[in-house]
Design a binder for this molecule. Structure first.
Ligand code: ASP
Ligand code: MG
Length: 457
């Protein structure tokens, strides 16, 4: 049995956290492969530092080195520390050289390279902490493992097939030999051998890619909360932890607002039916949430309600757009040039509406303005909207569910500006003004989450 265990920033963020992570790893059954984030705060520190290079160079090196050496110093004895420092100094020298390299600074992937540094050091400390605790362990970078990535700077995707064939050669022998590899999360290597990050929070996705590549039996994401919740506890204080979900439900929730997992984590494990557990490294007794292929359907109408705020609806009107699919294609192509995320699309005879982030509106409008003015009659923008994502596996199979839900929305005196139902069979998504959104979530949660739907419908 192979388990891939991923530890997030707070779970490796201090000597105590690293010690807890080491114990969880040692206690785990079977073969283990670990993926870790940078120590908490480090990636933000690097992102900021990169903005003011070269002036910030000495400050970056000084603070970065101190933070990691201090943490290691509290976990390792003199002899172990000397061993650690050998590898640490090699990695630190590479990092220092990178910050001085003027040619590298002009590379489009330079920021990926800088921001991926945190993972290279947190994994090194964790690996040495495991050795100090008596395990056999090796710290491997994404370069060492062959985690292959493709795509534009700061938003890479993994090449799963190549990663699988290289990891079989580079990582499997360690696992077969009983050695625990500790692998850098957050980035892979592009076709030119340069680091390419998977977007902020991307170590969860890295771990799913590793689980896929190694054909793991289980992926455990160790974080600082007990699991997926039925709503954001800051909005709903009595939100409850969800024990079990299927991949579809978890993917929708992660994508549309629940912050527990990077939204792309589900796909690589779902493809191979590898179960995923979300666990709390600060509370390892808690079993967390299990996400797997099949889940016995329950009677509750909704499992969870997530909220994504700061969105805008851009509506483009044009005569009989419905009869001109090529025009819709041209509009989408224009929007896609900016690599923005489109959260929802809806069309009518003469309008097509897109739901995007508030921050992307300006750049999208400037792209749309380059379209043939004959094609477009009008563009309207509604900003400060929120997307409510109601997830439950009975949503489409029971009749009258949407009516129930929209009646509840009416009680919150919210106007629904856009609806998407049926695109996914486990979620009903709709857009309301941000000012009403938390009330909508409160009402839906109190009425339908965890409640048996049969007696209602
Ligand atoms: N360290 C990276 C970040 O802060 C990746 C991660 O933590 O998942 O975004
Ligand atoms: Mg995270």
């Amino acid at each position: 049995m192979i388990t891939v265990m991923k530890f997030g920033g707070t779970s490796v963020g201090s000597p105590e956290a690293l010690q807890r992570a080491a114990k969880i790893i040692m206690d785990g059954a079977g073969s283990k492969i670990v993926v870790a984030s940078a120590m908490s705060g480090i990636t933000n520190f690097l992102v900021k530092g990169a903005e003011s290079l070269p002036d910030s160079r000495n400050n970056i090196i000084g603070e970065f080195e101190k933070k990691h050496v201090d943490a290691a110093g509290q976990l390792l004895n003199g002899e172990q520390m000397a061993e650690f420092m050998k590898e640490f100094n090699i990695r630190m020298k590479n990092f220092g050289d990178l910050l001085e390299d003027e040619a590298a600074a002009k590379d489009p992937y330079f920021k990926d390279n800088i921001t991926s540094q945190g993972e290279r050091f947190s994994t090194l400390i964790l690996s040495h902490a495991l050795r100090a605790a008596g395990a056999r362990s090796v710290a491997l970078t994404s370069e060492d493992c062959g985690i292959c990535a493709e795509g534009s700077p700061l938003s890479g995707s993994a090449d799963l097939q190549r990663t699988e064939s290289i990891m079989a050669m580079k990582v499997k022998p360690y696992v077969d030999d009983g050695v625990i590899p500790i692998i850098t999360g957050f980035y892979g290597i592009n076709g030119d051998g340069r680091p390419l990050t998977f977007g902020r929070g991307g170590s969860d996705y890295s771990a799913a890619v590793v689980a896929n590549a190694m054909n793991a039996d289980l992926l455990e994401i160790w974080t600082d909360v007990d699991g997926f919740m039925s709503a954001d506890p800051r909005i709903i204080p009595d939100a409850v932890k969800i024990d079990e979900m299927n991949f579809g439900e978890a993917a929708e929730l992660a994508y549309f607002g629940a912050k527990v997992l990077h939204p792309r984590t589900i796909e690589p494990v779902r493809m191979k039916h590898i179960p995923l557990k979300v666990r709390n490294s600060f509370n390892p007794e808690e079993p967390g949430t299990i996400i797997h292929h099949l889940r016995k359907p329950k009677d509750d109408l909704l499992r969870s309600v997530a909220l994504k705020t700061d969105l805008s609806i851009i509506s483009i009107s044009s005569a009989e757009i419905a009869f001109h699919p090529e025009m819709v294609a041209r509009i989408i192509e224009k929007i896609a040039e900016n690599e923005v995320v489109i959260y929802s699309i809806s069309t009518s005879l003469s309008t097509v509406a897109f739901l995007v982030h508030n921050n992307d509106v300006k750049s999208i409008l400037s792209k749309l303005n380059t379209l043939d003015p004959e094609d477009i009659e009008r563009i309207d923008v509604k900003s400060d909207m929120a997307l409510v994502c109601a997830v439950g596996d009975n949503l489409l199979s029971k009749c009258g569910v949407s009516a129930e839900i929209f009646t509840a929305v009416k009680e919150a005196r919210a106007n629904v500006a856009m609806i998407s139902e049926g695109a996914s069979d486990v979620s009903l998504n709709f857009v309301v003004p941000m000012s009403r959104a938390t009330d909508v979530v409160k009402i839906l949660h109190s009425k339908y989450v965890g409640s048996g739907s049969d007696e209602r419908l």
